[in-house]
Write a protein of this length. Structure first.
Length: 317
């Protein structure tokens, strides 16, 4: 089992319902997110059996073009190995007023999600589910000084790239960051936004496809606020894969608006800890959500100051 942690300013509906944000590039804080060396990637691709890729919307593309066109259809969930980092408590947990959630990944189980939506034949360039990278498994981030492919283009095995498709490249550019971020000890889940379980839309009118907008507005899986026309679309409640895919593909196009919030539903068994910050007014009762407790346990801890060193410790409550 790999124990990971998620820093949060507020628990929101994490413990009560199990939802966690799948952040699109427009909502991430690193301007170098998914940066890569195009010249080196194009050189690498020239050694593949097929040096170009195919996209159903744009047609034949170079691998670098495919990444550019599809980058905004990717979402990231960031975890860390470190629950005691003072900087991350300050930056990501509201100056120690928030919480850190413990999430367990069991390799034998695979995905950390309740019911990961795949539909690979609809939304991925891979030949099938067994070749798709978007499997819901947290992977460690690689920290380098140079952009992806700049100095390491031949360091990885691309013998299956024909089966994996251009999504292999799209996936892996989100798993490398500058070594300035190494203190975060980050692990990431990288998914297509079309795999989202829930999407919150600030206003239905930003959906340009009238047919999809009307379907969402009239559906039982959507909750529309009549006061501001905002909408919560519970994609996980759609039983028909074709309908879910059609709606998800249209909503993924809204990703450059950071106010559109994509979410995934974690497996209840993967939520196993809650650590409450030093300056937090959150209580144990506030995080005893029915979903997180449905597996029978949720350890809760409170941060305390170490009086000899610049560090924090945790007491179980």
């Amino acid at each position: 089992m790999k124990q990971l942690f998620k820093y949060m300013s507020k628990p929101r509906n994490f413990f009560e319902e199990g939802f966690i944000r799948l952040s699109q590039p427009s909502a991430l804080n690193d301007p170098f997110e998914a940066a890569f060396c195009r010249e080196s990637l194009d050189d690498l691709a020239s050694h593949f059996d097929e040096s170009t890729s195919w996209d159903p919307e744009y047609g034949e593309l170079t691998f670098s073009q495919y990444v550019d066109f599809r980058m905004n259809h990717i979402g990231v969930i960031s975890f860390t190995e470190n629950k005691e980092n003072l900087l991350m408590w300050a930056h990501y947990a509201n100056e120690h007023k928030g919480v850190v959630a413990g999430v367990a990944h069991i390799p034998a189980v695979g995905s950390i999600f309740e019911n990961l939506f795949r539909a690979d034949s609809f939304i991925n360039s891979a030949w099938g589910e067994e070749w798709s990278q978007f499997d819901g498994v947290p992977k460690p981030v690689s920290y380098r000084k140079g952009l992806r492919y700049r100095n390491d283009k031949f360091d990885y095995d691309y013998s299956n790239i024909s089966a994996e498709g251009a999504d292999r490249i799209l996936y892996e550019v989100f798993l490398q960051k500058s070594d300035e971020w190494i203190y975060e000890q980050e692990h990431r889940v990288v998914l297509r936004l079309e795999q989202s379980d829930r999407i919150e839309i600030p206003n239905l009118d930003i959906i340009s496809n009238e047919r999809i907008k009307n379907i969402i507005g009239a559906s039982s899986y959507s909750v529309v606020n009549p006061e501001n026309n905002s909408c919560c679309v519970n994609l996980y409640e759609i039983s028909d894969d074709a309908e879910r895919t059609a709606v998800a593909m249209e909503l993924a196009k809204l990703s450059q608006n950071p106010q559109v919030i994509y979410q995934m539903k974690l497996s209840s068994s993967s939520i196993n800890n809650c650590l409450i910050g030093l300056n937090s007014e959150i209580t144990k009762a506030d995080v005893q959500g029915s979903y997180a407790l449905s597996t029978g346990y949720l350890d809760t801890w409170k941060a305390t100051k170490n009086m000899d060193y610049y560090s924090i410790e945790f007491e179980q409550i």
